[in-house]
Ligand binder design. Structure first.
Ligand SMILES: Cc1ncc(COP(=O)(O)O)c(C=O)c1O
Length: 445
């Protein structure tokens, strides 16, 4: 029996996370998941012995490379000294000190374990600080699995604009009344909404660069505009940098794009894949966290293993040109893909930043918001991904999930990937292989 069939008997849908279930593209053309046996550097090996160059990198965290020696060695210094105390350890302080130097808005930091927890706490902090309850969020953005923001993460393109749609069964209706939905990069609507509802709004939460509906950067001036609007109306601006933090730059999108939010959340690239997340923010706001004030805690928060991984990762950033290297690799890959699209006269764009970008088959010159994605040929992307997989190059099957680059990607990876892309594209264009569809964009219709 194959692994997926075994898994189906014990895990709902055969996976431990819905996002790992591939609907469109897999060797068997049915919903499945690829089971990974091991990973090293920029490569993965599945249980059938197939090798892949990895551009998913665990949905982004693996910024240095899989099983990265400096991180492992550092962890091993701590794992024999006990891994959980329900008391604090010095690593928490030294990691927070390092973060404070790197992340512009992180005057104070609290650690959590997952990105979901971090955004949940950030929203609570904003509510506690302002005494208000509503939250403004953007269509097509994702802030984790908790009920407070799980609305309109991938709504149908023909759904009514501005109406929040729960992205799961089981979300209480009452929470919908606390969400105000906006379209990314729409200055006018945002201005009107905040002017009208500002005094009820605790927070504007956004991914400063959209990274869960392909990669959609902010329009020039948009983040600064959000910050000014938030300041004017006493609203807390939260940048959810769970994907972009420590990746787009050492200080995240807020450093790269030069706008300091009031609070921000980061996770993935902070510890090269070990489970740790953080909420960082201005001291005046973070000061609301404490007993009889805003609750924050967790059995595993700040555990020495995660903290050691974070410390080693941040040290690598300091002592090696990690970001320069992942950007250089990514720029070459973006350029190479653009050249192939041009040579083969295919309508498509490569959008985003060198360490996090996506290929979109569209005749638009730029995708500016979630609704623009409706112009993209997701089936072509799915067929391309399947062909690439056969050639040992792994993109995510979901066109909304970015490609990521890491410090362990090599020149050889680059050449193989571009060769594979060039060979796969004509097959994908011609192919009449039916693509197994339970379209991600209609899942909750
Ligand atoms: C921007 C953003 N926020 C929050 C989350 C949730 O993080 P986690 O999966 O660690 O709970 C994710 C996950 O991909 C994310 O991309």
């Amino acid at each position: 029996m194959d692994m997926h069939s075994r898994a189906l008997k014990v895990l709902p849908r055969g996976v431990s996370s819905n996002a790992r279930l591939w609907h469109k593209t897999c060797r068997t053309h049915r919903p499945c998941s690829i089971f990974i046996e091991s990973a090293k550097g920029s490569h993965l090996w599945d249980v059938d012995g197939n090798e892949y160059i990895d551009y998913r990198l665990g949905f982004g965290p693996v910024i240095l490379g899989h099983s990265y020696p400096a991180v492992h060695d550092h962890i091993h210094k701590y794992d024999e000294k006990g891994i959980i105390f329900a008391l604090d350890n010095p690593l928490e302080v030294s990691v927070a000190e390092k973060i404070r130097k790197l992340v512009p808005s992180a005057e104070m930091v609290r650690f959590s374990v997952t990105g979901t927890e971090a955004t949940m706490h950030a929203i609570r902090i904003a509510r506690g600080y302002t005494g208000r309850e509503k939250v403004i969020r953007f269509e097509g953005q994702y802030h984790g699995a908790h009920d407070y923001a799980l609305f309109s993460t991938e709504p149908p393109f023909d759904s009514q604009k501005g109406v929040p749609i729960p992205s799961s069964l089981g979300i209480p209706k009452a929470l919908r009344d606390l969400i105000i939905l906006q379209e990314w990069n729409d200055f006018e609507s945002m201005e009107k909404t905040v002017s009208k509802h500002g005094n009820e709004v605790a927070a504007i939460i956004c991914e400063p660069v959209m990274g869960n509906a392909a990669v959609i950067p902010p329009a020039p001036g948009y983040l600064k505009f959000l910050k000014e609007l938030a300041d004017k109306h006493g609203v807390v601006l939260i940048f959810d940098e769970v994907k972009t933090g420590f990746r787009l730059a050492r200080g995240g999108a807020q450093e790269l794009l030069g706008v300091k939010p009031h609070l921000s959340t980061s996770a993935k690239s902070l510890a090269n894949g070990y489970p740790v997340s953080m909420i960082g923010g201005l001291q005046e706001i973070m000061d609301i966290v404490g007993p009889k004030k805003v609750a924050h805690g967790g059995t595993y928060t700040g555990n020495p293993i995660s903290m050691a991984a974070a410390e080693a990762t941040l040290d690598e950033f300091e002592t090696r040109n990690v970001h320069e290297s992942i950007n250089k690799f990514g720029s070459k890959l973006m350029t190479g893909i653009r050249e192939i699209l041009e040579d083969r006269h295919v309508d498509g764009i490569v959008q985003g930043f060198p360490s996090m970008f996506q290929v979109l088959f569209t005749n638009l010159s730029e995708v500016r918001n979630y609704r623009d994605l409706s112009s993209c040929d997701f089936d072509l992307f799915a067929r391309l991904q399947l062909e690439l997989l056969k050639q040992g190059v792994m993109f995510d099957e979901d066109n909304g999930e970015p490609l990521f680059t890491c410090y362990s990607h090599t020149q050889e990876d680059l050449e193989k990937t571009l060769q594979a892309f060039d060979a796969a594209l004509p097959v994908a264009l011609k192919s009449d292989v039916p693509v197994e569809i339970e379209d991600r964009f209609t899942t909750w219709r």
